[in-house]
Structures are given as structure tokens and as C-alpha cells.
Ligand binder design. Structure first.
Ligand code: ADE
Ligand code: ZN
Length: 335
């Protein structure tokens, strides 16, 4: 069956799982390296793309942290975010929830404010230019200590009006959610929403910990949840959404073949799954490419695609009035 390309392209979409540093395309990487007088260990864009062969999450993370080294000034963060919005505007993406990794920058001597101001200014201007609304989620790097995360939260609190939630990302194995229980408790007490990467490579027990100890409002990835029947039932009953990233899972070998991707099983189990791009510059595509890949491999129907779109609206952190607008747009599209 051929993929429903026109339908996927035209469907109004909501993205809930995207690391802004993971939208750094090699072309922009080179431009920023030049602007900031930084030497890259690659000679060409083609050489960079050739290096994007990963056998697990850590392979990717090593190159991802290296790549973000070209981001130095507020303008760099603005340009990065603006480029992402421009890309997804052309894909009929209508609302985005963006992760950023401040510790990946402050550890290199870049001020927290430089990062936040560049990204948030692009989001504000992007709303006018592209008619895309947004939310910003600060992620803690789980390979670092909880003290480091607590310091980062303290640094972020004066800017709370620009940040809607906290998340947990980076190397999952060996860094369970329990390591960050105190920092999430503090963030929630400050009124921030919580998400966490869990069950991407890590076991279902990490997902359970994220629910019990971090009190997450949404689950990032969660693919391995299906291995645990009790956990699957809990996700069904609570309706907590999963932000699934098909091309990421393929590139990082969470699945060896897209035809084995768990997304369809999640939908069949009544889980609130959504489709997202994770790190689009590294994994071969933005929202439309992710929808196309998974639709083709799993033979998803138009009804499945609309369910995925609807799930993303419901699971978003957009204000209620914006959710009503997004739902109306999707309904109008569905006809
Ligand atoms: N940081 C950026 N992308 C990530 C992913 N897929 N998993 C964990 N940390 C990440
Ligand atoms: Zn991610």
C-alpha cells in the first residue's frame, strides 16, 4: 500500500518531543562554526552526515554534545530555533513543545540566560511569523549529578514565566529516575509540569519510577512499557501520553526494522501514543517524515493518524483555549 503522503503532509500536527539542539542541521553547524571561529572535526556537510551512524543512544549523545559546541551566542540559539520553526511550519505543525539542555551549554561557559533568551525570543517571534504556538521544557542531563540538576533548577527559577516544565534526558541506562526525585519534587512545587525520558533503552521499571517518584505528566518514549503488563494497564487506565519517536528508535536501534515498531501495538492497547521527531537533524526527518515512515511500515489508517494527532493535542501543555482551536483545526481537516 502506498503511504498516504498528501494526508500526512496536510494534517495539522502537534510536536511534543523535540530537543532543539537536535535540530542543528550540518549546514547550520558549519555556518555557526565559521561565525564563531570554531574548528570542526569534519571537512564537509557530507562527512558530518556520514558520521551519523549509531548503534545505541550513547553513540548519538557523544556526537550530539560535540555538535552543540558551535552554539555560543544568543543569536546562535535564536537562529537554531528559528530554523526549526521554519521547517515545521512548512509541514503544517501548529504547536510545538521544545526541550532544551542548559547543562550542555553552561558546562561550556555559556550563560543560562544566553541560551534561554535566544530560544524564547525565536519562539515568540515564531508565533507571529509562522502562527505556531509553543511551550518550553528544561531537561536535566541524567548522566550528571542531582546536585548539578538542582543548581540548574535554581538558575532557571527567575525565568519561570518562560519555562513550562522540566524533563529528564541523556544516557538512560544506569541513571534511573529515582536519582532525580528531589529535583522533580522541587520543580513540581514551583508549579512546573514534569516529563521524563524512560523506557527508551531502559527497563519498564524506570517508567514505573518516573510515574511514582517524579510524578510525570507525560512519558517520553516509553517503548519498553509494553514488556510489563501491570505497567501497560496503568498507562491505559491513567491515560498518560507517550511521546513516541519512530525514526529515532530506528536510528538508535531500539527497533531493527520499522515494521517491528511498537506504535501500532500501543494504539491497539488504547495507550495515548503520539508521533514526534526527537532529534530531527540526526535521525533523518521532522514530523512529516516520522509520520510517513511509521505509516508505511505499520500500515496505519487515516483513523490511526487522526487518533495520533488528537492524542498530541490532548497531551499538550497548551492552554485549554488553544487546545480547542487545535482540535477544531484537526476536525475541519478530518472533514
Ligand atoms: N537527548 C537528545 N535526544 C535524546 C534521546 N533520544 N534520548 C535521551 N536523551 C536525548
Ligand atoms: Zn528525546
Amino acid at each position: 500500500m502506498s503511504v498516504d503522503t498528501a494526508f500526512i503532509e496536510a494534517m495539522p500536527k502537534v510536536e511534543l518531543h523535540m530537543h532543539i539542539e537536535g535540530s542543528l542541521e550540518p549546514e547550520l553547524m558549519f555556518a555557526l562554526a565559521k561565525r564563531n571561529d570554531i574548528d570542526l572535526p569534519f571537512k564537509s556537510v557530507a562527512e558530518v552526515r556520514d558520521a551519523y551512524q549509531f548503534s545505541e543512544l550513547q553513540d548519538f549523545l557523544d556526537i550530539y554534545y560535540q555538535g552543540m559546541g558551535v552554539l555560543q551566542t544568543e543569536r546562535d540559539f535564536f537562529d537554531l530555533t528559528h530554523a526549526y520553526l521554519e521547517k515545521v511550519a512548512a509541514q503544517n505543525v501548529r504547536h510545538v513543545e521544545i526541550f532544551f539542555d542548559p547543562q550542555g551549554h553552561t558546562a561550556r561557559g555559556i550563560a543560562f540566560e544566553t541560551v534561554l533568551n535566544g530560544i524564547s525570543r525565536a519562539l515568540e517571534e515564531g508565533e507571529k511569523e509562522f502562527d505556531i504556538t509553543s511551550r518550553l521544557i528544561l531537561c536535566f542531563l541524567r548522566h550528571l549529578s542531582e546536585e548539578d540538576a538542582l543548581d540548574t533548577l535554581e538558575e532557571a527559577l527567575p525565568f519561570k514565566s518562560k519555562i513550562h516544565g522540566v524533563g529528564l534526558d541523556s544516557s538512560e541506562m544506569g541513571h534511573p529516575p529515582s536519582k532525580f526525585a528531589r529535583v522533580f519534587e522541587k520543580a513540581k512545587a514551583e508549579g512546573l509540569l514534569a516529563v521524563a525520558h524512560a523506557g527508551e533503552e531502559g527497563p519498564p521499571a524506570y517508567v514505573t519510577e518516573a510515574l511514582d517518584l517524579l510524578k510525570i505528566d507525560r512519558l517520553d518514549h516509553g517503548n519498553r512499557s509494553l514488556e510489563d503488563a501491570v505497567l501497560t494497564r496503568r498507562l491505559q487506565e491513567t491515560g498518560i501520553a507517550l511521546t513516541v519517536c519512530p525514526l529515532s528508535n530506528l536510528k538508535l536501534k531500539g527497533v531493527t526494522d520499522m515494521r517491528h515498531h511498537p506504535l501500532k501495538k500501543m494504539l491497539e492497547a488504547g495507550l495515548k501514543a503520539t508521533v514526534n521527531s526527537d532529534d530531527p537533524a540526526y535521525f533523518g526527518g521532522y514530523m512529516t517524515e516520522n509520520f510517513k515512515a511509521v505509516t508505511e511500515a505499520l500500515d496505519l489508517s487515516r483513523a490511526d493518524l487522526l487518533t495520533l494527532g488528537q492524542n498530541a493535542i490532548e497531551a499538550s501543555f497548551a492552554p485549554p483555549a488553544r487546545k480547542v482551536e487545535l482540535k477544531a483545526e484537526l476536525d475541519a481537516f478530518a472533514g
